[in-house]
Design a protein around this ligand. Sequence first.
Ligand code: DP6
Length: 397
Amino acid sequence: MDNPNIVTCTAPVNIAVVKYWGKRNEELILPINSSLSVTLHQDQLKTTTTVATSRSFQEDRIWLNGKEEDITHPRLQSCLREIRRLARKRRSDGDTELDSIGLSHKVHICSVNNFPTAAGLASSAAGFACLVYTLAKVFGVEGELSCIARQGSGSACRSMYGGFVQWIMGQRDDGKDSLAQQVEPESHWPELRILVLVASAEKKPVGSTSGMQTSVQTSCLLKHRAKSVVPDRMVKMIEAVRKKDFPAFAEITMKDSNQFHATCLDTYPPIFYLSSVSQHVISLVHRYNKYYGETRVSYTFDAGPNAVIFTLEQHLPEFLQAVQHLFPPKTNGGKFIKGLPVNSAVLPEELKKAIGLETMSNGISYVLSTKAGPGPCVVKDPAQHLLGSDGFPKEML
Ligand code: DP6
């Protein structure tokens, strides 16, 4: 067989601080409001994708986390179709460099996450961002790609950039102006630190795609939010990020998370993503901030019970102590704190008293410590390819 053309890339997870919830067009994935997120560092959370093309491949195929999946999935098909369309356009525009890239060749795709999907950490955003970025490299497509990633999963468009990223909802019916833009790069706010508190989940929550459909159909609070709340919040959030104004950033983040979960409760039948552990984390953050008389810590929750905490480096060790105090970890389990190291600190007795909440043993299975990070990257080392020179997965994980 011909040697395949192989490219491997990685892409990050992002966490929204102004949430996307609701589509105005299901097929193109056009949202009812703009949103803003922080891209998380790939050292802790990333998807790696290898794409190979060869004249010898009989059909397009995909393997996700070691298992072959259905390539006919409509959202996968949208991404493949759009990349091939752009590649064809570039060639017909006269880019001769592309002549060697077989546009008619089939692709083999292999993708893995460096974190468990079960951790509920928006793997579809990193997954589709990585797929689109890697396909674009293979087919020699450049330029605006977030519109294509958006058609895989809405939040994926924001994973196409590092740092602080807005997804502008756009006005057009064809979606061409519904795209992601970097607000500030990851280097802008190095003191900002992030903790993912992975709650021990009892059950799989309602998926975002179907959850937001029901919300659009039934929640009038969601309509009000999209029309009258988010536009102003986007302006204020961008300003807070630009000025590195932590209290403003933190307050909008918490209020927006709370309103998103309120629209879930306003959905009929209602959707509950927050668990008793999530509610405990919310109380802890507010009591902690009240004790100091300033907003030092904030939380946000997506479509699941895990809390994502933002704080500044200087407050991180003590707050983490407070988390461990409230959620005593299993002693026999693995490491409780994973990712970036955190200095130890003592929790003042007075603060412990001020928090005053009941402890919840094993409520949190582990804490992932991370920060803002860069967008998708190409992996140069061929040893890292997930597909071998025969175009098939090197190992089934
Ligand atoms: C709560 O992007 O997963 O995480 O577009 O249907 O694939 P689809 O939904 P998805 O929704 C994410 C919802 C959220 C908020 C956010 O990331 O903005």
